[in-house]
Design a protein around this ligand. Structure first.
Ligand code: 6PG
Length: 251
């Protein structure tokens, strides 16, 4: 686990964009493609906007990049709460990515069928060899103040999933039913970036990074043989005490 602390959300987002570009170059050089799963929420919006404009946009071979979603709210794609709409407005509309490289969760069918279809798409596209678990090159996640990540919420039955890569989440606590990647595929990723900003996230960051409080879904994210990087701003890192894992970068 590494913790990168930047001055503010803008610096954090630029750092994430730099890592995204570097990782895309490395993966495309090595394998000819770069597979990424992206989260919703507000924190990564600046990163998405940066990736869609100079200089980062031109540094990425978009025809070799494949974008998936870490989770989706089960609403029409033009709904204001849609993660697809969030990414489309901030990034997809601005980049020369082939339509076949964009793999959204289908929300125009019953959710159980959508879950099966998305799982099949992830398995079919990412299968590296017979029987091996699908492995994203990068998954970008956020963290809620309750310690949720993607649509994995505290106490959810989905946290016990050990087989399925994709699951649906829906109860009265959530405004919309959701579809989410499970820890099975998330913890098999080669790289996981958590983007976390703001003083309201400081308490949960201490519980996740230092206490590893296992009641919190974000604490269960431990990529097997992969890199785990927390990209925080100063405000979100202010309760962290053990300086040794603070990879302080230039502002
Ligand atoms: C979602 C996200 C969710 C998000 C956290 C943090 O679809 O809502 O996947 O897990 O990352 O809620 O959201 P903020 O970045 O807005 O704090």
């Amino acid at each position: 686990m590494q913790v990168s602390i930047s001055y503010d959300l803008e610096a954090l987002s630029r750092k994430a964009a730099e890592f995204f570009v570097a990782l895309s170059e490395e993966c495309i050089k090595k394998k000819g493609r770069f597979t990424v799963a992206l989260s919703g929420g507000s924190t990564p919006v600046r990163l998405y906007a940066l990736l869609g404009c100079a200089p980062y946009k031109q540094m990425i071979s978009w025809e070799r990049v494949h974008l998936f979603w870490a989770d989706e709210r089960f609403v029409p794609r033009d709904h204001r709460d849609s993660n697809y709409r969030n990414l489309n407005e901030n990034l997809l509309k601005k980049i020369p990515i082939p339509a076949g490289n964009v793999h959204p969760v289908r929300t125009d069918m019953p959710i159980s069928i959508s879950v099966d279809a998305y799982e099949e798409e992830v398995r079919a596209f990412l299968r590296t060899s017979q029987g091996k678990s699908p492995r994203f090159d990068l998954i970008i996640l956020g963290i809620g103040e309750d310690g949720h990540t993607a649509s994995l919420f505290p106490g959810s039955e989905v946290l016990k999933e050990r087989e399925r890569l994709v699951a649906s989440v829906g109860d009265e606590k959530h405004k919309h039913p959701r579809v989410t990647l499970t820890t099975v595929v998330i913890n098999n990723a080669a790289n996981i970036f958590f983007l976390v900003s703001g003083k309201e996230k400081a308490p949960i960051m201490k519980k996740v990074i230092e206490d590893r409080d296992s009641s919190l879904p974000a604490s269960l994210i431990e990529p097997k043989g992969g890199n785990l990087l927390f990209l925080l701003d100063e405000d979100a890192s202010r309760f962290l005490t053990r300086i040794n894992h603070k990879l302080k970068l230039c502002h």
